[in-house]
Design a protein around this ligand. Structure first.
Ligand SMILES: [Zn+2]
Ligand SMILES: [Zn+2]
Length: 461
């Protein structure tokens, strides 16, 4: 999980690092002199360069005009203050003034050498993107542009040479200009650099926008009131979760008909118009174990949600009514990605009620005493056989915090037990053929068989 998170952040930072309005190149005005001398050689239209005095001097502006700078780049590189809304008009009047002074635009220049006419199309581009974005519910957007590296380098050289000192680089200028358009086109959105709900990336080569709807995270607690439901989806063992399933899973691809994940996630997924869900519980109970009390904390992730804003009370009722007594949720609130790690990393003590059968003759008092004697004990638990295929084989030490409500009727006993996180509770009773020491079965020297087990509380949050 943590790795995924880092990877995501890194990928995005590659194109988001341009930042917004303040991303001037601090070294832009520190161009060494000898580079300036080499410049005529670098720029193939050197015949039209009359002077290297940078804008806002008239000579500098005349240069930009002769080179064929578009109105936007005229404004951007002029050293005059402007907003993107007025950039076209300001650039036009600067160009006209330069022409009046006798600077002739080089007719052979087909595209603006600074932006390759990227800014000229920005309004149309913004309209096309707006049309796609207005399908979705969001308030916070992060914007990024991917430029070919050589275009960035070329523009940087030209801008430091012919633009006013401190002129904004093409990448952040493009982000600003497009961002300003989108913010004015779409109501109630803002541009952010962190925690965006929508990430928009423009490939400036193809002008293709890619829109990513960031996951929506919801925190809550769930109770599992019926046995036989796994916490998360479980692919069919026979077909390994093939899309069209197989005979043994009746075409579902799933080992079990439902899961806590789907009981909670499917009604929410439909409501938020999400693509899929991911479920993260604070630990998990076995399929045959109920989870009662206040319930188990979880974070559910809505992937690609087209809707984001819902009345969470209504959402809670929706889940509880569709689940119809199988799974019940409470305390639903908006969460964030970082809480997944917290949920996964919390070692919460758990309280259980467990009922079991004692095979053989033993008097009630001795059974009660034996069970009580386990309170405060530290168990040594070798990885149980039932999970050995997916867990490393080792001995874990776990403490039995408390035992209460012991009752014994004939050869059945029941108790409430509170244990450290990660304790195998069934094994505390039946000993797993001696792998858990001490245990009820071990101390009584009689086989014990668990009848049922409930989680009564996850002591966290
Ligand atoms: Zn331009
Ligand atoms: Zn199957």
């Amino acid at each position: 999980m943590d790795n995924d998170e880092n990877k995501d952040e890194e990928d995005w930072s590659e194109y988001a690092s341009a930042g917004y309005s303040t991303a001037y190149d601090p070294w832009a005005d520190l161009v060494p002199l000898e580079e300036e001398e080499e410049d005529d050689y670098n720029f193939d239209s050197d015949d039209i360069i009359f002077s290297c005095t940078p804008p806002p001097s008239n000579d500098g502006l005349d240069n930009l005009c002769r080179m064929g700078a578009c109105n936007y780049c005229m404004a951007r590189l002029s050293g005059k203050s402007f907003t993107w809304k007025e950039a076209n008009d300001i650039g036009e009047s600067l160009t006209n003034a330069a022409i009046k002074r006798g600077a002739e635009k080089n007719e052979e220049v087909e595209y603006c050498p600074f932006c390759e006419d990227l800014f000229v199309d920005i309004k149309m581009m913004a309209e096309m993107i707006t049309e796609q974005l207005t399908k979705y519910e969001f308030k916070k957007m992060q914007l990024g542009a991917h430029f070919p590296k050589d275009q960035i380098i070329t523009e940087d050289e030209l801008r430091t040479q012919y633009g006013a000192n401190g002129s904004q680089a093409i990448k952040s200028a493009f982000n600003d200009a497009l961002g300003e358009q989108l913010v004015s086109n779409i109501e109630n959105i803002e541009l952010v650099k962190e925690q965006p709900e929508v990430m928009l990336l423009i490939d400036t080569l193809t002008l293709e926008p890619s829109i990513e709807l960031r996951s929506l995270y919801l925190y809550g607690r769930y109770k599992k009131l019926e046995r036989g439901i796994p916490q998360t989806r479980w692919p069919c063992r026979s077909c390994k979760g093939r899309k069209d399933g197989c005979e043994s899973c009746e075409g579902t691809g799933q080992q079990y008909a439902t899961s806590v994940q789907d009981q909670i996630g499917e009604p929410l997924r439909a409501a938020f118009e999400a693509r899929d869900t991911a479920f993260h519980g604070m630990g998990r109970e076995d399929i045959d174990v109920r989870c009662l009390g206040r319930g188990r904390p979880f974070v559910i992730e809505m992937k690609g949600p087209e809707r984001r804003y819902a009345d969470l009370k209504e959402m809670t009722e929706l889940v509880n009514s569709t689940s119809n007594g199988r799974v019940e949720i409470s305390e639903l609130r908006i969460s964030r990605r970082s809480e997944v790690a917290r949920i996964k990393g919390t070692d919460a003590e758990k309280s259980y009620t467990i009922r079991f059968k004692i095979e053989g003759e033993c008097d009630t008092e001795k059974i009660e005493e034996t069970i009580s004697s386990l309170e405060g004990e530290t168990l040594e638990q070798q990885t149980p056989q039932r999970v050995a295929h997916r867990r490393a084989d080792k001995i874990r030490k776990r403490k039995v915090v408390s035992i209460s409500n012991i009752s014994v009727e004939e050869n059945e006993a029941q108790m409430d037990v509170r244990v450290e996180s990660g304790t195998y509770v069934k094994e505390l009773v039946h000993s797993d053929e001696g792998r858990t020491v001490p245990s009820v079965a071990g101390l009584l020297e009689l086989p014990c068989e668990v009848i049922w087990l409930d989680v009564n509380d996850v002591h966290a949050d």
